[in-house]
Write a protein that binds this ligand. Sequence first.
Ligand code: SF4
Length: 200
Amino acid sequence: MKNNYEEFMDKINEIKKLKEKPTLLLHTCCALCFSSAYLQLKDYFKITVFFYNPNIYPLEEYEKRKQEVLRMIQIFNNEYHTEVQFIEKIDTFDDYKSKKIHSKGCLDCFHLRLLKSFMYANENHFDYMTTTLTVGRLKNSKLLNQIGQSLQSMFDPTQYLISDFKKNGGIDLSLQCKEKYHIYAQCYCGCEPYYQEKSQ
Ligand code: SF4
């Protein structure tokens, strides 16, 4: 049975044969993960970044990560002559808390972000949707892909793009970008409990 990275490469090989690049809504959590995912996708897709992360606490941290993503989009668009667009979907942190997502853990946090991203991609006629979350060293790519695939039937014809961006040197790629472009690297995933922990 193929692993997620092999499935990703099969899809890329299929896409290489197309005359036009398909559109991809790329759910993006931070600039570090974005840099690696972008470099792995830029030759095959017309990318639109979808910044939907109501889990990020506090608001200053949310803004900081967002500004870094915007800065990297500008740098990459100039350097590689791409036209990556940026869309932000705001859900306040209070909304996120009231849904009791972060108290229930990462599974619901992943689910919420993938669900809203898929919904947006489908409503706006994107060919594909995926997430930069699979770059994260501590993020379970298999679980993320299972969630993405479980949502697929609700959002045809938009397709969930299976990914494992940490594979094949994907983590090194983001570390190289961190050095080269001085990307801000947060020291916690995003939600309040982890923020409190690292502040102690
Ligand atoms: S640790 Fe990260 S993925 Fe898990 S609930 Fe918090 S913000 Fe979401």
